[in-house]
Design a protein around this ligand. Sequence first.
Ligand code: FA5
Length: 348
Amino acid sequence: MSDRDLISEIEDTTRDGVARITAARTLDELRSVEIEVLGKKARLTTVKKALGALGPDQRRVAGQTLNEARRALEAALADRRSELDALARAERLEQERLDLTESRDPARRGHHHLVTQTRDRLEDVFVGMGFTVAEGPEVETDFYNFEALNIPAAHPARGMWDTLYVDLGEPETVLLRTHTSPVQIRVMQAASPPIAVVAPGRVYRRDTADASHLPVFHQIEGLVVDREVTFGDLAGTLEAFTTAYFGGAIHSRLRPSYFPFTEPSAEYDINCIICEGQGCRTCGQTGWLELGGCGMVHPNVFRAVDLDPEEWTGFAFGFGIDRLALMRHGVDDIRELMINDVRFLEQF
Ligand code: FA5
């Protein structure tokens, strides 16, 4: 092949290459075109080998043309790549776009957060079982959160709750309640037995967020006080609750435990419905998920509210509402409840 033929071959190949680059419609297509026009088997690569047969001057001229051709193809590739990148980005943004404008269309109106829905459902179940609903403050005093619950200052059980204190009054006297149990005390101060109340609400702990913990979460407290209340009444109530809330397929168990304000105390667990008892990260590989604590009201708690423990008996329980929501809907990470991604929230 003469040097003239070679040069016009290079020019034709380049023109054709640039046209194909410009015509590529996706980044994948562009990658294949790149291999075809600049790769090992490309026409320009074969032409390069033919340069060896030319004399020195012609080789220099043809070599220059070849280099210019490569540069032109590389520039065309870079231009097309950035155009396609921008298009792909715009397309992705369009797909992920969330329309947050308010709408009068009733089909697009917002709804209660999953935790609120769960709290409402729990209240309905317990009201159906004869309980009334009580509330207490989120900022509490040491007396209600600990002292009256048989946890005096320096009691080792205070370590069970990593407490956030409020900078008010004497140091460590005002705090963000670590559980809903202080509402037990407020209810017994305000009303005489017989009592059957539930108290849902927000609680705070210095816990690090992970798949089953949040530093701000929700509990529902239950308290029953009457004459001759037994542990059997507690177990029966929790069993009735489990069936009413989860349906008949979910089993629960009571495991001996310790709480300063109940004696005896137990942990209330249900089968992990994410892994159906096989073990997964939500249940810490145990197959069971701890939903709450319970037990018979401790005599010292009755004494703190001037009720005679010889006359009155009772049981109490405290469940994690967020964990109940996870279990009922098969959500495997509690942090989803706080992230507030509309695509997650819309599903409930
Ligand atoms: C208590 O808070 C006791 N007050 C419960 C109680 C009430 C016992 C009445 C006896 C009588 P505990 O710290 O185990 O117990 O918490 C109760 C439930 O709250 C847990 O089982 C769990 O479901 C939920 N919970 C605890 N910590 C967290 C957290 N960091 N994030 C989400 N849920 C939590």
